[in-house]
Design a protein around this ligand. Structure first.
Ligand code: FES
Ligand code: FES
Length: 156
């Protein structure tokens, strides 16, 4: 079937089975390798992208479920030549180790901070269920606080 998708602000047409996971469409049809395959069953979050600003796990999202939603991947997060504050905080706090999970982590955090600009530890734990084999959780939490500061500075 043919699907007209809006990916990172651009219209993209793909011809794939309706039940094909969005992750495969992004990686194989559209060449966007930021979203990663980890578990394939919605458990690890490595494949996280946004649909209309909401973090979704693209490995368990069939392409037919996308409809007219705006899909943003890590490749489309930086805008107007500047990094997103969450990306900036990730660099400042040197979060990544192997890096495999980090695009998904960042997309989940952007979605969290859009809804909860200053999350408590409990809110972070409840919202951020992405897994990291390298155990970067402490630095992720530090970077979330730094990103929250940067976002407040940008709107001040
Ligand atoms: S690859 Fe999608 S949640 Fe693990
Ligand atoms: S940085 Fe290696 S899996 Fe998270």
């Amino acid at each position: 079937m043919t699907f007209d998708l809006l990916i990172n602000g651009q219209k993209r047409r793909v011809d794939v089975p309706a039940d094909q996971p969005l992750l495969w469409v992004l990686r194989e049809q559209l060449g966007l390798k930021g979203p990663k395959f980890g578990c394939g069953v919605g458990a690890c979050g490595a494949c996280t992208v946004h649909m209309d600003g909401q973090a979704v796990r693209s490995c368990v999202t069939p392409v037919e479920a996308v409809g007219q939603a705006s899909v943003i991947t890590i490749e489309g997060l930086a805008a107007n030549g500047g990094l997103h504050p969450v990306q900036q905080a990730w660099i400042e706090e040197d979060v990544a180790q192997c890096g495999y999970c980090q695009a998904g982590q960042i997309m989940a955090v952007v979605s969290l901070l859009a809804e909860t600009p200053s999350p408590s530890d409990e809110e972070i734990d409840a919202s951020l269920t992405n897994l990291c084999r390298c155990g970067t959780y402490t630095r992720i939490r530090t970077a979330i606080r730094r990103a929250a500061e940067l976002m407040k500075q940008r709107v001040a």
